[in-house]
Design a protein around this ligand. Structure first.
Ligand code: ADP
Length: 315
């Protein structure tokens, strides 16, 4: 396993006021190299404001932002070379075609005309806009413009990709497609991705890390697998004889609640502080009682529970 200690993004006490209104307060984001980091929060939480500061479009009221160890504002050019950004509402010149627009952006980022044309073609295919390469931007749908924005964010072959709600205008198939592409970029090209969303399953599907923001405050951040391991406490077990399993589990001190749903399935709630014992004793119980295990799955969505709990919506 790769140990990822290098931080691509590190903010310290990042804060932004709009007049009296505090949009982001003392944010300490840490995005390790090579991961997809899901930036999750309800509407108005401060996600876009944070991302706009991270890419150097908006000055913080106070606090620091380091991207690849560089200061986003004083080392702007060096940072820009490595950065791709899809804003919440992507813009492209309406009278241009997607092809012209991408070539133009490629030229701006230092590519020769030939390189820019090749890259634009490749990216239009990648984002699924190949057949619209020569239509005018003002004839594209919102979802197609978002795809164009995604291509534009990749034109300079960035090492760090910042995507602000990249799927908000897409239908379910489009969402699935773009998220798969984000995942592929991370896995195959080693890109680090910071992606904001208010849709929990989306973040869960694509990200390794998560940061949850609410009312401008970062309420939790970390590796998703670590965070949800602390949340997962309810399971459904399908076995050949639920009564036998029930009798044995009742005696275990990590069990908070256990009941049979029918003669083959058992609901189990464990004490999170003692739940390690479950993994040690369950195989033993199954073997001793000669029980066949047909299914074992957590109930509910641990990341959703974490999100709601940290937002104070659920216990
Ligand atoms: P999110 O992206 O999580 O939906 P935003 O970062 O867009 O949230 O907004 C955070 C808060 O800051 C909101 O209350 C929003 O109204 C406010 N805000 C954002 N931009 C501005 C601005 N330019 N002027 C005043 N208030 C703003």
């Amino acid at each position: 396993m790769r140990i990822m200690t290098d931080l691509v993004l590190e903010t310290s006490n990042l804060t932004r006021f709009f007049g009296e209104k505090c949009a982001v307060y003392r944010l300490n984001l840490k995005v390790p190299k090579g991961v997809v980091y899901g930036f999750l929060g309800p509407n108005g939480a401060g996600k876009s404001t944070t991302l706009r500061m991270v890419v150097g479009c908006l000055r913080p009221t106070y606090g620091k932002i380091k991207v690849f160890g560089l200061n986003v504002f004083s080392d702007r050019v060096k940072v820009m070379e490595k950065l791709g950004y899809l804003p919440e509402k992507p813009v492209a010149y309406p009278y241009m075609t997607p092809m012209d627009f991408l070539v133009y952006m490629g030229r701006l980022s230092g590519l020769t005309r030939k390189e820019a044309v090749e890259k634009a073609r490749e990216l239009l295919d990648f984002v699924g806009l190949g057949r619209l390469a020569y239509s005018k931007v003002n004839t594209l749908s919102a979802g197609e413009r978002q795809r164009l924005g995604f291509a534009q964010a990749l034109i300079n072959e960035p090492e760090f990709l910042v995507l602000d709600e990249p799927t908000s205008n897409l239908d379910p198939v489009g969402r699935f497609d773009i998220l798969n592409k984000v995942r592929r970029l991370a896995e195959e090209k080693g890109l680090t991705v910071l992606i904001s969303s208010h849709v929990i399953p989306e973040v869960e599907r694509v990200s390794d890390y998560v940061g949850i923001i609410n009312n401008g405050l970062l309420v939790v951040q970390g590796r998703i697998s670590d965070l949800i391991a602390e949340e997962e406490d309810e399971y459904l077990l399908e076995v050949s004889d639920s009564k036998k399993l029930l009798e044995r589990l009742r005696k275990e001190d990590y069990v908070i609640e256990v009941r049979a749903r029918d003669h083959k399935s058992v609901y189990l709630k464990v004490d999170l502080n003692k739940s390690k014992a479950l993994w040690l004793t369950l195989p033993k119980i199954l073997a001793e009682e000669k029980l066949a295990l047909y299914g074992f799955r957590p109930i509910g969505d641990p990341l959703e529970r974490l999100f709601l709990r940290r937002l104070g919506v659920a216990r």
